[in-house]
Design a protein. Structure first.
Lengths: 371, 341
């Protein structure tokens, strides 16, 4: 954009020093030893899951973590970097999922359908994000929160009502292109004792696209554009006074975030071979994303990695723990109900409130302080 | 405010009267008349209109507290929905021991039961509102972003707590005997409960208007909306005013919750959050912080939903959003913009 000062100076002093890694991470290093170790561990574990764990359960968990990292990171672009709260993020997630699902179901299981579905979903997301942005952001940022909530819930109702197209509450199951089916063999010989079948290919597509999306978002928030967003977050009036058109920047951020969420939704649908209201569109996913961003750390892209990994793992394993606790306390009034496995959100909600007050930087903020 | 200095006010002249903005008010009868030819039959139209009015009143009850709290305290409470649910569940405290009153053949016992339910709900939500303000909201005055996040967190915790206390499955809530059924005048059918809802809604609206415009307390609240620092400088404890308005807003949500629950005749912990979407649309349409705007907005949304639902059911799902978009294009700040913000 022409509004940026056409200076040839390096934008950020730290950017001068740095090799390939720094370039990949857009000079936004983790800045904490423990954080670096944790991030590397997550990266290695996700990359090697098919070879480390057997069975489909760990692979599904890993794929879910990958998708949610992208979803949460794109939400952080809005919440943490631009300082506006959207409740329509799962709407875009759902649009991506439905785009793939509808295209693959109607047009047949080819790569062409995947492309058509993705492009259609991305276009719809763009139109909706721009419309919501110009309708609400020109007035006041809190309008945006309420309007996104209203639009998202209308879309959720619409998706469940238009059951001819979307499959309603049941959702849509579909066939994947041949290369992604379990029967497909990329290599005739197993590697490290693992057969390289279509599922594995699908997992690595999810993993690599997620990684690329994450690096892209890291690039965006560390670009001059990202700095303007942060300036708007810190002081809207000052940013406006400096000549940046706040509405345009906020709308652009909301569009970028929506597009990345759409891609995440497409990945989710491709991985699950299914898309329905409960996997991508429901409001409870929106709450999950909110929890992941805040607990991981708002305004730090790495927070989304930690938040998503922690949350998805907790979703799978914390409930088992709570079940044991609840059974152990049977007989005492109310207490077993409070730690009933279905009540796990109660505790995460409390953790969420505490994090907003006490650690606005979330886990990443704590780790960076303690380095 | 800057215009005080530039506007010379001679003390001898009477203060200029505030002009009433009639246009948004005319919107309602205009809409109702416009819908008449599309609906076709006159009796259906009356039924739809009365049903819409009742629905609007219930939405107004639930939304008024939120818009009042925003107007005075600049607090946007996304956890407002939980007070609606909580008010609805609080009826169980009364309905447990007094279930017989609802089955009795006496109109007065039935109405008494409804009144007791409302009292219990307002009591419970008022107390929880005071705690909510102290624990959740007070630390984040001034930051909208944190308010949204923290009240969302409060909503999650409170909703889960309702699950833990009353169980996660929906609970049926039968209407008292006398409020079931409908009045029939010729072709026009009007459900009895809707008449009660319209009555209670009107009483609350008139009461709020009188309180805000005719009493000292209302004067302070309106002054607080305009300029809280000045009210404080004049020696009034704005903090106490804030807390009482928050408690009143929560209690109103509780009242709305009772009405809404009897209308739906089932209790679920998520019912408040579901209706919050409508509530937000209404307060955006009305102009954030404006009680009158909230009233007009509620009825507007409910009428449109009813008419559209009858004429073109598929469109009804997004009619609210369309109404909101049109209003915002016409008046970006809502129908009755509140001066300061």
């Amino acid at each position: 954009m022409s509004e940026f000062p056409a200076s040839t100076l390096a934008f950020d002093e730290t950017r001068k020093s740095g090799g390939i890694l720094s370039g990949l991470l857009s000079s936004d290093m983790p800045r904490s030893k423990r954080l670096t170790v944790i991030l590397l561990a997550i990266l290695v574990l996700l990359a090697a899951t098919p070879f480390l764990f057997s069975g489909s359960q760990p692979l599904s968990t890993a794929a879910k973590i990958c998708v949610f990292i992208v979803l949460v990171a794109s939400y952080d672009l809005l919440l943490g970097y631009t300082g506006i709260v959207s409740f329509a993020h799962t709407m875009f997630f759902g649009i991506g999922g439905y785009g793939i699902a509808i295209a693959l179901e109607r047009l047949g299981a080819t790569w062409m359908s995947v492309a058509v579905g993705l492009v259609a979903a991305l276009s719809l997301s763009t139109v909706l994000a721009v419309a919501i942005g110009i309708l609400s952001l020109r007035v006041r940022a809190i309008f945006f929160s309420m309007i996104t909530l209203a639009v998202a819930s209308a879309m959720a109702v619409l998706a469940s009502q238009l059951s001819d197209i979307t499959g309603g509450e049941d959702g849509l199951s579909f066939q994947l292109p041949a290369e992604l089916r379990p029967a497909f063999r990329l290599l005739s010989e197993p590697i490290f004792g693992v057969t390289v079948n279509g599922r594995l290919v699908a997992y690595y597509i999810v993993f690599i696209v997620a990684l690329m999306m994450f690096l892209l978002l890291l690039r965006i928030v560390n670009s001059p554009f990202g700095r303007v967003l942060q300036a708007i977050r810190e002081n809207e009036f000052r940013a406006e006074a400096l000549g940046y058109r706040v509405v345009a920047y906020r709308t652009a951020a909301s569009v970028i975030s929506a597009l990345v969420a759409t891609v995440a939704g497409a990945l989710m649908a491709l991985w699950l071979r299914y898309n329905g209201p409960d996997t991508t569109l429901s409001f409870s996913i929106m709450i999950d994303v909110l929890l992941m961003v805040v607990i991981g750390g708002m305004g730090t892209m790495y927070g989304s990695v930690i938040g998503a990994a922690l949350f998805v793992l907790a979703q799978s394993y914390l409930q088992v723990l709570m079940d044991a606790g609840s059974k152990a306390l049977a007989g005492i009034p109310l207490l077993p109900d409070l730690i009933h496995p279905d009540r796990w959100l109660l505790w995460l909600g409390a953790l969420f409130v505490i994090s907003v007050y006490a650690f606005p930087g979330g886990i990443v903020g704590r780790l960076r302080q303690a380095r | 405010m800057t215009d005080i200095a530039t506007e010379p006010t001679a003390s001898s002249e009477p203060l200029p009267r505030t002009r009433t903005d009639w246009l948004p008010l005319l919107l309602l009868p205009a809409l109702a008349l416009l819908a008449l030819p599309f609906v076709g039959s006159g009796s259906t139209w009356v039924t739809l209109t009365v049903a819409g009015l009742a629905m609007g009143m219930m939405i107004f009850l639930m939304a008024s507290g939120l818009t009042l709290v925003f107007g005075l305290m600049d607090i946007i409470n996304f956890g407002h929905g939980v007070f609606i649910s909580l008010g609805a569940y609080a009826t169980l405290i009364v309905l447990g021991p007094l279930a017989g009153w609802g089955q009795a053949d006496s109109v007065w016992l039935n109405l008494g039961l409804l009144a007791l339910c409302i009292l219990a709900a307002m009591g419970v939500t008022g107390i929880v509102g005071a705690v909510f303000e102290r624990v959740i909201v007070r630390p984040v005055y001034g930051s909208h972003l944190k308010q949204i996040l923290v009240t969302m967190g409060g909503l999650i915790v409170a909703e889960q707590a309702i699950h833990a206390i009353w169980g996660a499955s929906p609970i049926p809530l039968p209407l008292p005997q006398a409020l079931r059924g409908a009045f029939v005048f010729g072709d026009v059918v009007v459900e009895r409960y809707r008449v009660v809802a319209v009555g209670i809604g009107f009483v609350v609206f008139i009461g709020m208007q009188l309180l805000l415009n005719r009493t000292r307390l209302g004067l302070l609240i309106r002054a607080g909306v305009e300029n809280p620092e000045m009210v404080e400088a004049l020696g009034y404890r704005i903090r106490r005013l804030f807390v009482s308005v928050f408690v009143a807003g929560s209690a109103l949500a509780g009242l709305g919750g009772v009405m809404w629950a009897f209308y739906r005749q089932t209790l679920t912990a998520g019912m408040g959050m579901e209706v919050m979407v409508l509530v937000f649309i209404v307060i955006i349409i009305g102009g954030l912080g404006s009680v009158g705007g909230c009233f007009v907005g509620s009825i507007l949304v409910a009428l449109v939903a009813n008419y559209v639902g009858f004429i073109e059911p598929k469109l009804a799902l997004i009619s609210n959003i369309l109404v909101m978009a049109l209003v915002l294009i016409w008046r970006p700040q809502g129908l009755f913009p509140v001066a300061r913000r």
